[in-house]
Design a protein around this ligand. Structure first.
Ligand SMILES: [Zn+2]
Length: 487
């Protein structure tokens, strides 16, 4: 049953406007919005006598109360995928839809009460957003793009010409301005909140022209929608700013001039360090190929230089995680991005919290309505063990998220959110070539041991034994020396 009044007492307030947790206080939510903050008896007096018995009163016992986190880069249709083919081809639309709906509760469980989906397959995001808004699916507030609009030179056109960009994939091919306009019009007709463009995969070049970007942005805006882009390089980030894009994903490499434009336009930057960092730091544990891990590490190192300059220039950073890969499963890692923003961009804990709350609000269409603890704001709240201003990492352990409220309603979890859905992997026969020489050298070949299936099987068969630990250590060591030999 829905409660009209929510009273949280003995809580210490933390949000992006405060540099330390408040003294213990109380907060009252009327229907879905914060009514007032202050002394618990004064707040109770605001509730009409007839409603007194119906107040949902939660005692915080000195815990921290924060606005719910906002993840501006969360792909609900990816389904914890292990391969690109799984995202684009293998999983059926029926399975993908049910799985996306199921995974929403895992996101909420992590204290993420709003998400933005910058690209996904079919119009699953639109259906999911509507079902959540109507209370048919339990999930965070959501806004969504459709499939990424790409050119033959952009991210999401990765298959050979004979396969192209299939309808089931996360991309939609548009090589001419006419095709781009047609694509935007159809996506808007089908209910997206914003348009997502896919520029070059790693920032190698600008794959849409400046004029094309401008035309797409103008049309989207005319139709009342927003527009964003996957842009890793300076040229495409700069062109997107010139074209008036509403926020930008990644921008790993930027000249001072582009940074200056970013800062003066107040356009939010959503770095999305998490996928790179999880691959670089923990990929060896789950069979991520050595080359990919090393590439992510190098990208992070170069990115840190850009982001520190951007931070010093006053660029607005927002939380995004690319959750939806098996490397970044739903509900596991969202808050790690805050720690990474501190490490790779030099944000303070307070700035990181602002990145995860107010700064990301634009991407979910709720700028000025969520993200701070003030009267009039929506009652999206999390009750936290530990103080994130002292140690931002407390938010990463789900056990520290004591309670989650969306629009003043407490979310109840039944344990099902701890389950994961089975994968539909691509068909991998091996991850390197079996030459005569490889066979002669036997298991000492690092490349053979890079096969994730072998690692998994061994982990299952001999888990928790000291031999397993030694073996895992050896695998990692061989993997590293193999990588060094490669470069
Ligand atoms: Zn993404």
């Amino acid at each position: 049953m829905q409660n009209q009044w929510l009273l949280l007492s003995d809580v210490r307030l933390v949000d992006g406007t405060r540099n330390k947790a408040s003294e213990p206080t109380a907060l009252l939510v009327e229907r879905d919005r914060i009514r007032d903050i202050g002394n618990v008896d004064d707040l109770r007096a605001l509730v009409p006598r007839a409603d007194q018995e119906t107040i949902l009163h939660v005692e915080g016992r000195g815990r921290v109360l924060m606005p719910g986190l906002i993840d501006a880069h969360c792909h609900m249709t990816y389904g914890d995928s292990m391969t690109q083919e799984e995202q684009d081809i293998y999983t059926s639309v029926e399975s993908r839809t049910l799985r996306a709906a199921f995974n929403c509760r895992r996101v909420l469980r992590a204290g993420v009460t709003s998400i933005s989906q910058p690209g996904g397959s079919w119009y699953i995001g639109v259906a999911l957003r509507n079902a959540i808004a109507k209370g048919m699916v339990l999930g965070p507030r959501m806004r969504t793009a459709g499939r990424y609009i790409t050119t033959s030179n952009g991210l999401t056109d990765w298959y050979p010409e004979v396969v192209g960009v299939p309808d089931s994939s996360i991309g939609s091919l548009a090589n001419t301005p006419a095709e781009m306009v047609d694509n935007v019009r159809r996506q808007v007709k089908n209910g997206v909140d914003f348009i997502k463009l896919a520029d070059s995969p790693m920032g190698e070049y600008q794959s849409f022209t400046g004029d094309e970007m401008k035309q797409i942005a103008d049309l989207a805006h005319q139709l009342g929608k927003q527009v964003t882009i996957h842009a890793r390089g300076s040229a495409e980030a700069g062109a997107a700013l010139d074209a008036g894009f509403d926020w930008i994903m990644h921008a790993n490499f930027m000249t001072d001039e582009v940074i200056e434009h970013f800062a003066s336009s107040k356009t939010p930057l959503v770095p999305t360090l998490l996928l790179l960092a999880n691959a670089a730091d923990f990929g060896a544990l789950v069979g991520t190929p050595v080359g990919f891990r090393d590439g992510c590490r190098r990208m992070l190192e170069r990115t840190a230089e850009t982001y520190h300059r951007a931070h010093a220039a006053g660029v607005v950073f927002a939380l995004g995680t690319d959750s939806g890969f098996a490397l970044t499963p739903y509900g596991e890692w969202h808050a790690r991005e805050l720690e990474l923003l501190m490490e790779y961009a030099g944000l303070s804990a307070q700035e990181a919290i602002a990145a995860g709350t107010t700064n990301a609000a634009r991407t979910v269409g709720l700028e000025g309505e969520i993200g701070t603890l003030e009267p009039g704001m929506l009652g999206d709240l999390i009750l936290v063990n530990g103080d994130p201003l002292q140690d931002i990492r407390v938010l990463q352990d789900r056990k520290n998220i004591e309670a989650v409220f969306v629009g003043g309603q407490q979310v109840t979890f039944d344990g099902s959110e701890e389950q994961a859905w089975a994968n539909d992997r691509a068909i991998v026969y091996s991850t390197s070539t079996l030459t005569y020489e490889t066979a002669q050298q036997g298991e000492a070949q690092g490349a053979v041991l890079e096969d994730w299936r072998l690692e998994h099987r061994l982990a299952e068969e001999i888990s928790f034994t000291s031999e397993a630990k030694e073996f895992a250590h050896e695998v990692t060591k061989i993997g590293r020396s193999d990588a060094q030999a490669d470069h």
